[in-house]
Design a protein around this ligand. Structure first.
Ligand SMILES: [Fe+2]
Length: 395
């Protein structure tokens, strides 16, 4: 009996030791400060760009940048006089830049160990490699932009598409919605596409984010702007690059607001009407009217889709304005079928190009034309390439 008791105690001791040793990796206090995601570029403009990154510990952060060899300028983010601090997410708008110029930058984060009211204890500092970017340039004669959509978290497929890109020619990468299927954990957005984008290009080439209907779903959908910062913190905005005025719109969900899937928590009808009011103003603005080309980017197509509620509403609200504004090309996703719909006199007076989960769209822009083509990862049949000449399609 005594021997049994000793054996039981020994086994319990071993189990305790094993549990302790298994728990050893929990010593997070000793973990080094690291940049866990990014930096990646968003919201390209002629005079500004937004840089986003994440750290494993709470920090205060800044961007060091310059247009020469030295990174002599510093950009911070502050609200109401308080520099953003004690965060693991870092978003800094670098502004006051010159259009069409190359800049070099690195991001820097300093750990905050203890945040007291009259004294803050700092820890170590971490910095990224030095990367470069170009600001948008309305005078640029020639550039290329690429569009992917409906990746639905399939980073492997996305990687295959990115592998074929000659990045030296590409100025912008449009993420045209449904990059993930729903948003409940931050890892979904990083593992699903953002880390692949960062490793491939997004530390040097900006992302142009277009929200898809699937990204409005899930507990974290309302925190999407924390990860994909957009101009003026809206999912509808415009900017110019080369001869193109880009109009980004948010087509929202596909079904009626009252559909049971949304549990009474969406109001997309009013949101799409609000965007129509904004679009009406944008098409009358000088940057739009004076551009060589007008290209609109939104997830659900006005034509060529499933004709559900959301698509019908944007066809009624937005399409007449796109016609009136002389938009020559809309690029969408959503249908999962690569499609080209040519202009029609009584409907879309613009080309509709739709990309799919396994095909991306590439647009080469010159002062004379837009050349639109599809590239597939699996040899699927694709629409024929087409061009939109400026002299014919201009208002
Ligand atoms: Fe979709």
């Amino acid at each position: 009996m005594q021997q049994l008791r000793v054996t039981v105690l020994f086994v319990l001791h071993c189990l305790l030791m094993t549990a302790t040793s298994l728990a050893a990796p929990e010593v997070k206090k000793c973990e080094e400060l690291q940049i866990t995601h990014g930096p990646y570029l968003t919201s390209p403009r002629g005079t500004s760009i937004t840089i986003v990154w994440f750290t494993n510990k709470k920090c205060v952060s800044w961007v060091e940048y310059g247009d020469g060899e030295t990174l002599s300028s510093k950009a911070i983010s502050a609200q109401d006089g308080l520099i953003d601090a004690d965060n693991t997410r870092h978003v800094i708008i670098v502004d006051g830049l010159a259009p069409g110029k190359a800049y070099r930058y690195r991001v820097v984060s300093k750990e905050i160990l203890k945040f007291g009211p009259y004294h803050v204890d700092y820890g170590t500092t971490v910095a990224s490699d030095v990367f470069s970017f170009h600001t948008c340039d309305p005078q640029k004669d020639k550039f290329t932009f690429d569009v992917v959509s409906d990746i639905h978290g399939n980073a492997t497929n996305l990687q295959k598409m990115l592998d074929g890109i000659a990045w030296s020619d590409v100025d912008l990468m449009v993420l045209d919605g449904d990059m993930i299927s729903h948003f409940e954990q931050p890892e979904q957005i990083f593992d699903g596409f953002l880390d692949v984008c960062t490793a491939g290009f997004a530390h040097c080439k900006p992302l142009v984010y277009v929200r898809g209907n699937h990204e409005t779903r899930g507990l974290l959908a309302r925190r999407l702007p924390d990860f994909l910062s957009t101009p003026e913190q809206r999912f509808y905005y415009s900017f110019n690059q080369g001869g193109v005025h880009f109009i980004v719109l948010d087509s929202g969900e596909d079904k009626e607001d009252s559909s049971k899937e949304y549990s009474g928590l969406v109001a997309f009808d009013a949101y799409r009407r609000k965007q129509a009011d904004w679009l009406r103003e944008d098409i009358r603005s000088d940057p739009c009217r004076t551009a060589d080309f007008r290209v609109a980017l939104f997830h659900m197509p006005t034509y060529g889709g499933n004709d559900w509620h959301g698509e019908r509403q944007i066809r009624e609200l937005w399409s007449p304005l796109l016609n009136e504004g002389g938009v020559q090309l809309t690029i969408c996703g959503h249908t999962h079928k690569a499609t080209h719909i040519a202009p029609q006199t009584d409907a879309n007076r613009y080309d509709v190009a739709i990309c799919s989960p396994d095909s991306m769209i590439q647009v080469q822009v010159t002062r004379e034309c837009l050349a639109v083509s599809w590239k597939a990862v699996n040899g699927n049949k694709l629409p024929s390439s087409f061009t939109i000449p400026r002299n014919i399609s201009q208002k």
